[in-house]
Design a protein around this ligand. Structure first.
Ligand SMILES: [Zn+2]
Length: 215
């Protein structure tokens, strides 16, 4: 936020704050391009096998075009078509971000050219070279470690005009679910990660469901 202490007239102050907080800069944009789902919370005992597909999200921030969790899809064209709807081709994607190393979230990383940068817990990969990532990735995007579902969980915090959106992988699979994660590597850590996210974010994009509001 901008402190407009030198502005005296109330009207000017409002204009000043509005223009400095929002209008002067195009903030990052976040959009779910492939909705995630799971039937894990809706299975009749023994009647069906668990099926799942992760949420795939697009972040646009200036020249950055980021696909978070390219997922495991029955057909790669689902992702190609989802990008086409945003007027993007696979080659336009500058980065692929992976929330955690479960294959339902990263299987399709190979669809992108070898020089597309891939960010995961261990670094930012370009071909076979990895460099460290920083918590502050860009002016509007931060990366924090959120272990618990898996040791290598990352969450991506994006400042948007609507508020701070956290893309959290399977820290939540969907809104309010699961309370106790049967696949958690560490239930204590997942609870800590949830608290940390809830303190910071207004909106959450979970690993297998629609975006929900937390504040
Ligand atoms: Zn998952």
């Amino acid at each position: 936020m901008v402190l407009a202490t030198h502005i005296t007239a109330e009207k000017n102050q409002q204009d000043f704050q509005r223009s400095n907080c929002f209008s002067n800069k195009n903030m990052a944009e976040v959009k779910i391009i492939i909705p995630g789902w799971t039937n894990a919370d809706n299975m009749e005992a023994g009647s069906e096998e668990e099926k799942t597909s992760c949420t795939t999200t697009l972040i646009k921030d200036g020249d950055l075009v980021i696909v978070v969790d390219p997922g495991v899809l029955e057909d790669k064209n689902i992702l190609i078509k989802a990008l086409e709807k945003e007027n993007l081709k696979i080659d336009d994607v500058t980065h692929v971000f992976i929330t955690h190393s479960h294959i339902d979230h990263y299987r399709n990383v190979g669809m992108f050219p070898v020089l597309t940068k891939v960010l995961e817990y261990g670094g930012i990969w370009t071909g076979g070279i990895a460099e460290d990532w920083n918590e502050k990735f860009s002016e509007d995007i931060s990366i924090i470690k959120t272990p618990g579902h898996n040791y290598d969980g990352l969450s991506f915090l994006v400042k948007t005009n609507e508020g701070l959106v956290a893309i959290v992988g399977d820290i939540w699979w969907k809104k309010d679910y699961p309370e106790d994660d049967p696949y958690a590597s560490d239930m204590k850590k997942i609870k800590e990660s949830r608290l940390k996210i809830a303190e910071m974010a207004e909106y959450i994009i979970p690993g297998h469901g629609a975006m929900f509001k937390i504040k």
